[in-house]
Design a protein around this ligand. Structure first.
Ligand code: APR
Length: 228
């Protein structure tokens, strides 16, 4: 028998208890630079060195991190559901936990790409410096989708959400579009959940069942409810 489809949208909150800082929790600043300076295409054109330093340090932090009980619980759910994870996170903790269907909306910290050609991608090993060139002669940059850039995985994400029987949002402030718009793509029959220790505005999402807890305790609770 076919398993029911569970689609999960995750954000920085699911990795918080693995030691990776959320974006908006700490005032949205990195060493006194705004998110726009270090994580937008304009920021890249303005100061490539600064952007590379920011992502080198984020990559180092991600290398130290291990999946937590939230990531691991989602992997366990594959025994019961066809689980598809759409993540805004650039860490690879879902993959490390063993999840098999993970779509990265905002890119991944373990890959670099050519500045000119988004399809020229390679594993990212060691700090990136200005002058590190891809085989097409252009600068390597992190394979990250920055503010001001298209989100190429959106089409696939919308397709997954429209097929969901169950949908869960975990650890995202839903402030960044187009990712946040996915919550409005769920089909009418779909049972919807939201896990976040802070109250998240449910405008247009009144049918979501809220579990107001951190991911490491909230996701196991979510699983209990799903398996009931
Ligand atoms: N468990 C679950 N959720 C948590 C936890 C936790 N332990 N700790 C914090 N949260 C919640 C916060 O309450 C908040 O609602 O996680 C959410 C994190 O929100 P943001 O920091 O805004 O992160 P996110 O929504 O993933 O940001 C989206 O913005 O900067 C860009 O591209 C970047 O992918 C990122 C996007």
């Amino acid at each position: 028998m076919n398993k029911a489809k569970l689609v999960v949208l995750t954000g920085a909150g699911i990795s918080a208890e693995s030691g990776i800082a959320t974006f908006r929790g700490g005032g949205g600043l990195w060493e006194n630079h705004s998110i726009e300076e270090v994580a937008s295409i304009e920021g890249w054109y303005k100061n490539r060195e600064l952007v590379l330093a920011f992502y080198n340090s984020r990559r180092q932090a991600a290398l130290q991190a291990q999946p937590n009980a939230g990531h691991l619980a989602l992997k366990e759910l594959e025994a019961h559901f066809e689980v598809r994870i759409i993540t805004q996170n650039v860490d690879t903790l879902h993959e490390m936990a063993g999840s098999t269907a993970v779509l990265h909306l905002h890119g991944r910290l373990d890959q670099k790409r050519s500045e000119k050609n988004p399809k020229l991608v390679a594993p990212w090993e060691g700090d990136l410096k200005l002058g590190d060139l891809a085989s097409d002669g252009s600068q390597w940059r992190p394979n990250i989708v920055w503010f001001g850039e298209m989100v190429p995985a959106m089409e696939q994400a919308v397709e997954w959400v429209r097929e969901a029987d169950f949908f869960a949002v975990i650890g995202t402030s839903l402030q960044v579009y187009p990712a946040a718009g996915l919550v409005h793509e769920v089909p009418l029959h779909c049972e919807c959940y939201l896990v976040d220790p802070q109250p998240v505005s449910l405008i247009g999402m009144q049918h979501f069942i809220q579990i107001t807890e951190a991911a490491t305790t909230g996701v196991p609770k979510l699983i209990k409810k799903l398996l009931q």
